[in-house]
Design a protein around this ligand. Structure first.
Ligand code: TXA
Ligand code: MG
Length: 318
């Protein structure tokens, strides 16, 4: 029988060292973060970066996020500003990615960010990601560990399913606490959210004490997470439904829905954080059960509900 946990390693010291050795030798590994699992490689190594793009089938124009443990390393690669410092103090490590201007002296190869003038950077909070970053001499470039345009993985097993054994080391960090990708905030001009996440516009405005913009209509694609068709479970998704269509699956929220075989409740209590955490997990489960469509009830557009609706909208794009 096929071992479904192929290449998944417990996150102990011996395996962290194994992971370290692998990325030092241009290997690409799966790592847990508090948002979703990442496909990580040495950000200084062109060979590693090329491997990441190839494994993910990711278009070259779509830049990767850099992951750091400390500020000192970061300062070699980007110019920081006041807004960044304020947010860093309050929110990092945590589920937020900043777009900052690249420094000319940065050792990071151009293919990481498609030759752009900026880098996306983040400080993941997950202990395993941090423990690994702390023992490395370089940042990790890590997009979500899924094939381009598909659902992000929220467990080590999802990474196995996504890449069919092609990733030789996946550090197991359990199920991701948040389960949706980080908020992306562009700080190179007026603060603008490029991708919504668990850290909301309101929260950022409160810290910065200034208006934060939400990039809605996209002319130039700054962040392909903004592309219309993304986060796809591989079957039709229909939003704001009261019932499923043709015995398809129905994703519900709260206690007002029935308990039926094809009904999948994101949170009985109607808790949006719990719902966000269950969203990708539930869609993967529905796909495995071979349903032909996913209808979703109305999700309140507040707090992390905004990020849930953003992902659903992209997953349902035709
Ligand atoms: O939660 C997360 O952010 C996860 C974990 C693994 O850290 N990572 C993640 O990476 O979601 P990825 O590559 O799937 O999504 C990163 C997004 C992409 O849409 C990419 O286009 C955008 O960040 N991005 C990267 N560099 C950028 C830049 N310089 N300017 C604008 N957008 C950028
Ligand atoms: Mg992604």
């Amino acid at each position: 029988m096929k071992n479904i946990y192929l290449n998944v390693y417990k996150s102990n010291l011996a395996n962290l060292k194994k992971a370290k050795k692998s990325v030092e030798n241009n290997g690409v590994i799966g790592i847990p973060t508090e948002t979703v699992y990442g496909l990580a490689g040495n950000a200084y190594s062109e060979i590693s970066i090329k491997k990441i793009f190839k494994l993910k089938k990711r278009p070259k124009y779509n830049p990767l996020i850099l992951h750091y443990a400390h500020l000192n390393k970061l300062k070699e690669d980007v110019s920081i500003n006041q807004s960044f410092t304020k947010l860093y103090k309050q929110l990092c490590p945590g589920p937020i990615t900043f777009i900052l201007n690249k420094k000319a002296k940065s050792k990071i190869p151009k293919i990481v960010n498609a030759g752009k003038k900026t880098f996306a950077i983040r400080f993941p909070k997950h202990k395993v990601a941090r423990d690994l970053l702390k023992i490395l001499n370089f940042p990790l470039a890590a997009p979500s560990a899924n094939i381009f345009s598909k659902l992000s993985p929220t467990s080590a097993k999802d990474v196995v399913d996504e890449f069919n054994g092609k990733i030789k080391i996946i550090l197991d960090g359990g199920s991701c606490k948040i389960g949706l990708e980080s908020t992306i905030l562009d700080l190179t001009s007026r603060p603008t959210i490029l991708r919504q996440g668990s850290i909301t516009q309101k929260k950022i405005e409160k810290i910065l004490k200034t208006k934060v913009f939400l990039q809605k209509k996209i002319n130039i694609i700054k962040s392909p997470g903004q592309l219309n068709f993304h986060y796809s479970p591989g079957l039709p998704v229909l939003m704001n439904k009261n019932l499923p269509i043709n015995n398809g699956a129905f994703i519900t929220l709260g206690k007002n829905f029935k308990n039926k075989k094809n009904y999948f409740n994101l949170s009985q209590k109607g808790n949006l954080n719990e719902a966000a955490n269950n969203l990708y997990k539930t869609m993967r489960k529905i796909k495995k059960l071979k349903y032909r469509s996913i209808s979703v009830c109305t999700i309140p557009n507040t707090g992390i509900g905004q990020a849930i609706n953003d992902r659903l909208k992209k997953a349902s794009f035709k």
